[in-house]
Design a protein around this ligand. Sequence first.
Ligand code: CS2
Ligand code: MG
Length: 405
Amino acid sequence: MKIEDIKVYVTNPGRNFVTVKVITDEGVYGLGDATVNGREMAVASYLEEHVRPCLIGRDPHQIEDIWQYLYMGVYWRRGPITMAAIAAIDMALWDIKGKVANLPVYQLLGGKCRTGVTLYAHANGETIEDTLDIAEKYIEQGFKAIRLQTAIPGLSETYGVLGDRKDYFELQGNRPLPPEQEWSTPKYFELVPELFAKAKERFGNRAQFCHDVHSRLTPIESAKLGKMLEPYNLLFLEDASIAENQDNYKLIRHHTTTPLALGETYNTIWDCKDLIQNQLIDYIRAAATHAGGITGMKKIADFAAIYNVRTAPHGAPDLSPICFAAHMHLNISTHNYGVQEFVGFGNEASQKIFKHEMKLENGMIMVSDAPGLGVEFDEEEAAKHEYKRSYLPVSRLEDGTLWHW
Ligand code: CS2
Ligand code: MG
């Protein structure tokens, strides 16, 4: 079997997705997700110009060798664009292998470790009451874990909280220039402990809660927040501080027993090596699309297992259903899997493009037994929704100082 062609599609059914199709000379093809939010055309061009010509004629079954060829074999290793391109090819090759074997990918990864994949849902509200009302709906549907985010009083807009104004799926879907948002740690600190105190009061132990700081705090502020939230037994506190300097997490860890999660922007095992090896985090949030596909994720998960770190893959709306399906096969077959972020299956237009049989039951995904990854991509539907340049917002303190993402 040989790789005959590689096609790259950029489509915007409300937000941009980059999809790769690896076609073989035997008619079997595989699909992969290469979406890097706000940098979609850079990955598409990397794939078309720098990856496609090197892979035509190769054996698609040699997944590890092709992975190393694109990673170890190039002078410019790592980085989000390279690793998303590798990821998409890798997912497509696993998809092909599964289709040829007539087995779902999780069977090729070792088979099921659990009956279903536990998810956490998002409750994003304008007020604490709104947030908890949304959380209640998820608890009634059977979700056991929910992320709580509330708009910060006194700031014009809070990242990720849009109330009724727009669907979360389309958040930043069509912003041709980066919008700007404010940040204030004192205002945030007034709100967050109250949010979790009220959640505990209202729901007791009916669900576990987590929270995403989007790296807006300094290490000592993160330590303080972790301490303030200890009475409420969070599932985890995500991206409290940026960890370019991984020592930041030594300080945070030293001060709090609130579990810490990090790594949705990480691209390789090297980005998280020190954090995992020093047991400074509890959950690694790497995603298949951004950390080298199924092959990259397996390397990270196996390394994390030795240090009691569990996986909690990123599941934001900017990862396509192909990445989500790849996560399902990994999550069901990885012993040190923790929890999967879930924001729904996308809007109607997206569901017409990406078709699958993943079933949501009681806050869990029942993984599809379709051969390969189990996702179909409708090229005609995709062609109806053209790429639109779009950016994530930029964050500034109230005095205009540029701040962390
Ligand atoms: C967030 C994301 O889901 C998450 O945990 O951090 O919403 C993130 O902001 C986006 O994926 C950015 O592309
Ligand atoms: Mg996050």
